[in-house]
Ligand binder design. Structure first.
Ligand code: DX5
Ligand code: ZN
Length: 221
């Protein structure tokens, strides 16, 4: 099954709880939470204490996307939030193996994120330890960017490289319903969606949900 992960960076923060409750009622299972430090990326958003509070308030699992420099200095507090999935940028540290080991030792799912300019082959040494790869389809840290078309080929490359291993491919940035379908077709099974999902358009929510089960638009009545 594919999963659509709402990215709360695009949510209305004043109504975060009710927006998340609506998505939970619709059947979304995992929330994507962007942690930004104003250094690795220009914005500052969602520190560990806030994430911990969100975790207490919502019924969904959390996928924390760490966009921070020196993640090895923050991983303990991110683990303390209780997040079930944690990903760390390949570009953010020379200590990536240490961070991944910490995540795995705590029984969580571990992912490595790659920026659009990072070669997919650099992930080869990690294929025996990670649970997912997050492919950025925009420059990280900024909302409302346009999906980079070459991401589809990068997903295909990763799919071949992963082979039979139990590793999921996640995509994040500038995704709408039709792009989500293309990403899934190329091999992604975790699709992060921000502004398109939090646009107060009920049809977007329903259509995206149906993609989780591989339904095509033309198959629906
Ligand atoms: C951007 C974040 C994304 C962002 C996606 O760096 O990692 O999770 O919220 O938002 P959209 O789908 O609006 O591009
Ligand atoms: Zn993200």
């Amino acid at each position: 099954m594919n999963l659509i992960l709402p990215s709360i960076f695009a949510a209305d923060l004043m109504n975060l709880k009710s927006e998340c409750d609506v998505l939970y009622e619709e059947g979304f299972q995992v929330l994507h939470v962007d942690m930004m430090d104003g250094n690795f990326v220009p914005h500052i958003a969602f520190g560990p204490e806030q994430i911990k509070n969100i975790k207490k308030q919502v019924n969904m699992k959390l996928d924390v996307h760490m966009m921070v420099s020196a993640p090895e200095q923050h991983i303990a507090s991110v683990l303390d939030t209780g997040a079930e999935m944690i990903s760390v940028h390949y570009e953010s540290t020379p200590h990536i193996r240490f961070v991944i080991d910490q995540i795995k030792q705590h029984g969580r799912k571990a992912g490595i994120v790659i920026n659009p300019g990072t070669d997919t082959s650099l992930l080869k040494p990690f294929l025996n330890i990670i649970d997912y790869v997050l492919v950025m389809s925009i420059n990280p840290g900024r909302p409302n960017q346009v999906f980079m078309e070459e991401t589809i080929d990068r997903i295909r490359e990763l799919k071949v490289m992963i082979g039979q291993r139990d590793i999921q491919i996640e995509v994040d940035g500038g995704v709408d319903e039709s792009i989500a379908s293309q990403c899934i077709e190329a091999g992604a099974s975790l699709v992060v969606i921000g502004s398109y999902l939090f646009s107060n358009n009920k049809a977007h929510v329903k259509n995206l949900k149906s993609l989780e089960h591989g339904e095509r638009k033309d198959e629906r009545k």
